[in-house]
Design a protein around this ligand. Structure first.
Ligand SMILES: C[S@@+](CC[C@H](N)C(=O)[O-])C[C@H]1O[C@@H](n2cnc3c(N)ncnc32)[C@H](O)[C@@H]1O
Length: 402
C-alpha cells in the first residue's frame, strides 16, 4: 500500500519501486493501478467526499481492499480486515471509514467487460480520451482488444542462447517459443529460475514486440547506429542475429549505458557501446547505412507494465514530447548516407509522437512489409497494437534519397 500511495501521491514509477518485490506484491500493485478507474467508480458510490480529497494512503487502502476482494479472490472479510488494519495504523479515525465503505462497495456488481452498454473506459479502466484515440486509430474491436490486453500481467519473455535454454530446463524452468516472434521464449513455469538467470547475466528479458521492431531495420553493409539504445534490447537483437554488423550503440544516460554494456556482453559486444547524446553523436553526417531511433516517448504502448502512465499522461503532454522527438529524428536523419534507412520507432500509439514527427523529415517513407503483427497506417508506417505480440509500438521506415 505504501508503494501505491507513492505512485499515486508522489509520482513515483511503479516498476522502479517494485524492482525487488515478490511476484505477488508486484501483481497486487500493478493490478490496482490497472483497474483504478473501475475501482474508484465503485468506491465513489459509497463515499460522501471525492476520493481525491482523501489521504493517498487511505485511498490506497480502499483500492487494495476492493481489488483483493473482487479480483484476487481474497475472502471479502480478510480483505476488509487487512485494509482496516493498515488504515488504523496510518490514521485511527480513517479505519471506520475504510471499514464502512469497503463493506458496502464489495457488494457492488463489477462492470461486465463484455457488456456494450457499459462504457469502454469503465469496463476496461482507461481514461476516456485515450479510449477515443485508440478507437479512431485501430477501430472499435481492435481498440477493445488492446485495452483488454493492458489489463493482463505481461508474461516473462526471454532471449537466451540454446545452451542457457537447456540449463533453464534442467533447473525446472519451462518455456514455450513465442508463437509470433521466433527466437523469443515465453516462461510458463519456474519464473524464479529464469529471474536467477537474468540476474546472472545469462539471459535477457525482452518484450516480443520489441524484437519484431528491431528486426525491421534493414541489414546494412556499412555502419548501423542505435542512437537511443539503452538498456540495449534492440541492439542485442541486431548484434546477435547479424554477425557481421558494425554497430554503434549509444545512450545519453550513463546508468542505462552501463546496463547496456551488460546486455551486449551476452553476445560479447562491448565495443561500440558509448554514452552519447543523439543530438551530438560522435559520427560523421552521412556516415550510417542504417539508423535506429527508438525515441523516448509517452509509453502508451506499455500500459500493461506501466499502468500508471494512463492516469498521469494528458493529451496536452504529447505536443511537448513531439518537440524532443522531432529534434532527435532530425539529428538521426542527418547521419544517414544516401540510400541509408532510418527506423523511427516508439512504444507509443499516439500520432503526434510518430506520424507527425516523421512527416517533417526530408526522407522517403518505405512501406513496412505487411505481416501478422503490423497494421498499416495512412502515414506509411505501421502499428503493433498492445497485446498482439506484447507491448504496442509504432514504426516508420524512412530512406535518404540516393
Ligand atoms: C525507449 S528507450 C530505448 C530502449 C532501447 N532501444 C531498447 O530496446 O532497450 C529510450 C532511451 O532514449 C534515451 N535518450 C533520451 N534522450 C536521449 C538523447 N538525447 N540522446 C541519447 N539517448 C537519449 C533514454 O536514456 C532511454 O534509454
Amino acid at each position: 500500500m505504501i508503494a501505491l500511495a507513492r505512485v499515486d501521491g508522489r509520482g513515483a514509477h511503479a516498476a522502479r519501486l517494485l524492482a525487488h518485490a515478490t511476484p505477488a506484491e508486484r501483481e497486487l500493485v500493478l493490478g490496482v493501478l490497472r483497474w483504478q478507474l473501475t475501482l474508484d467508480h465503485l468506491l465513489a458510490r459509497h463515499l460522501h467526499q471525492p476520493l481525491s480529497v482523501l489521504d493517498e494512503r487511505i485511498r490506497a487502502a480502499l483500492r487494495v481492499g476492493l481489488y483483493e476482494a473482487r479480483r484476487m479472490r481474497t475472502p471479502a472479510p480478510v480483505a476488509v480486515m487487512e485494509a482496516v488494519r493498515v488504515a488504523k495504523a496510518l490514521a485511527p479515525r480513517a479505519a471506520g471509514l475504510v471499514n464502512a465503505v469497503l463493506r458496502r462497495t464489495i457488494e457492488e456488481p463489477w462492470p461486465d467487460p463484455h457488456d456494450p452498454d457499459v462504457p469502454l473506459p469503465l469496463r476496461l479502466s482507461h481514461p476516456e480520451w485515450l479510449v477515443q484515440r485508440w478507437v479512431a486509430l485501430l477501430g472499435g474491436s481492435e481498440a477493445a482488444a488492446a485495452l483488454a490486453a493492458d489489463q493482463e500481467p505481461a508474461p516473462l519473455c526471454l532471449l537466451a542462447a540454446v545452451t542457457v535454454r537447456e540449463q533453464l530446463a534442467a533447473a525446472g524452468c519451462e518455456v514455450d517459443s513465442h508463437p509470433l516472434v521466433p527466437g523469443v521464449l515465453v516462461v510458463t513455469n519456474g519464473a524464479e529460475v529464469a529471474v536467477a538467470a537474468l540476474r546472472a547475466g545469462k539471459a535477457y528479458a525482452i518484450d516480443p514486440a520489441a524484437v519484431a521492431v528491431a528486426r525491421l531495420l534493414p541489414e546494412a553493409a556499412g555502419l548501423t547506429a542505435d542512437l537511443t539504445a539503452a538498456p540495449g534490447g534492440k541492439s542485442l537483437v541486431l548484434a546477435s542475429e547479424r554477425p557481421g554488423i558494425r554497430l554503434f550503440a549509444a545512450d545519453r544516460s550513463l546508468r542505462r549505458t552501463l546496463l547496456m554494456r551488460g546486455t551486449l556482453a551476452l553476445v560479447e559486444r562491448g565495443r561500440g557501446v558509448v554514452v552519447s547524446d543523439a543530438l551530438a553523436a560522435p559520427l560523421r553526417p552521412g556516415s550510417c547505412q542504417a539508423v535506429l531511433l527508438d525515441a523516448p516517448c509517452s509509453g502508451t504502448g506499455t500500459l500493461r507494465r506501466h499502468p500508471e502512465i494512463r492516469w498521469r499522461l494528458q493529451p496536452a503532454d504529447l505536443a511537448g514530447l513531439a518537440v524532443g522527438q522531432t529534434r532527435l529524428a532530425e539529428a538521426a536523419s542527418a547521419l544517414l548516407a544516401p540510400g541509408g534507412v532510418l527506423l523511427y520507432a516508439t512504444c507509443s500509439l499516439e500520432p503526434e509522437e510518430n506520424a507527425a514527427v516523421v512527416a517533417g523529415l526530408d526522407l522517403e517513407v518505405l512501406p513496412v512489409a505487411p505481416a501478422l503483427l503490423f497494421r498499416a497506417l495512412p502515414s506509411g508506417g505501421a502499428v503493433i497494437p498492445p497485446g498482439v505480440a506484447g507491448d504496442g509500438f509504432t514504426v516508420h521506415l524512412l530512406r535518404r534519397r540516393a
